[in-house]
Design a protein. Structure first.
Length: 277
């Protein structure tokens, strides 16, 4: 939890001032993390060589690579990646922004929590695909329903983790901040958020993962581009290599975005531990 001393003249150490250059330990962790993917790749090739599945059911790694080459040669692969990445990032920004705003209200006000938290928890249990026909009726088949569905998937983990983090803050810290004149926005921004930052960052990472999960459902809504569309197109055309390629690209890009958020998390948590209000 952030340590806060109430001194208006105290210096701040901002996230951008922290040295996060890769260390020897980072490369060691990366090497260990690659062991299982390499083992899976070898096992995959062995299963194909043994004829457990036909290449129409489970293509060899080289077949998937060739499918990627074919799509890249026509500038199609990166277009699908770019479109999906744009949708996820926009949905993530919108969903997490709304979740932080509502989460602060619920976490700071017991009355607001009693009024709206039970309803939010009920909506949380609704499957993602159940929203698709309703969003189509409301917003058509353009980008709006896709972004909204992804934002909905992002919203719930960010909201739940932030509220949980706020409720775990030492009440004495809040009382001390109130005594020093912090109220409403200043309390939320300069006291509550830094103290609840570990929970919030966990929620953001889970929300980003949910955004990629909801992407495939979102691209059921009249999409003609994107990795989710590519996955469904591979299924419709019987191209197992395209299906596997889409899954691998979703995994790689999802992990890459999570790593970026993980690095931001480390910066922010180091900053929150040195915040002085």
């Amino acid at each position: 939890m952030a340590q806060i001393s109430f001194s208006s003249a105290a210096p701040r150490s901002w996230p951008g001032q922290i040295d996060v250059r890769p260390s020897r330990d980072t490369f060691k962790r990366l090497g260990l993390a690659l062991i299982l993917p390499i083992a899976l790749l070898i096992s995959w090739q062995l299963v194909v060589n043994a004829g457990v599945y036909t290449r129409g059911q489970l293509p060899a790694p080289v077949d998937v690579y060739r499918a990627a080459e074919q799509l890249a040669a026509f500038d199609q692969l990166w277009i699908h990646v770019e479109v999906s990445l744009d949708r996820v990032l926009r949905g993530f920004a919108f969903g997490s922004g709304v979740a932080i705003g509502i989460g602060l209200l619920v976490g700071l006000s017991p009355l607001v929590g009693l009024l709206i938290d039970p309803t939010i928890q009920a909506f949380r249990a609704i499957p993602s695909l159940a929203w698709v026909p309703l969003f189509v009726l409301w917003m058509g088949i353009g980008e709006e329903p896709k972004i909204t569905l992804i934002a909905l998937g992002v919203f719930f983990p960010v909201y739940a983790n932030l509220v949980s983090g706020i409720r775990q803050i030492d009440r004495k810290m809040i009382e001390a901040a109130s005594a020093y004149g912090y109220h409403r926005f200043s309390m939320a921004w300069e006291v509550t958020l830094p103290a609840a930052l570990p929970s919030l960052m966990t929620g953001l990472r889970l929300g980003l993962a949910q955004g990629w999960l909801f992407l495939v459902a979102a691209e059921l809504i009249g999409a003609s581009q994107g990795l989710g569309f590519l996955l469904l197109d591979g299924q419709n055309s019987g191209r197992a290599d395209i299906i596997v390629l889409s899954i691998i690209m979703l995994a790689i890009i999802g992990k890459a975005t999570d790593m970026l958020l993980e690095r931001l998390e480390k910066r922010m948590l180091r900053w929150s531990d040195t915040v002085k209000v």
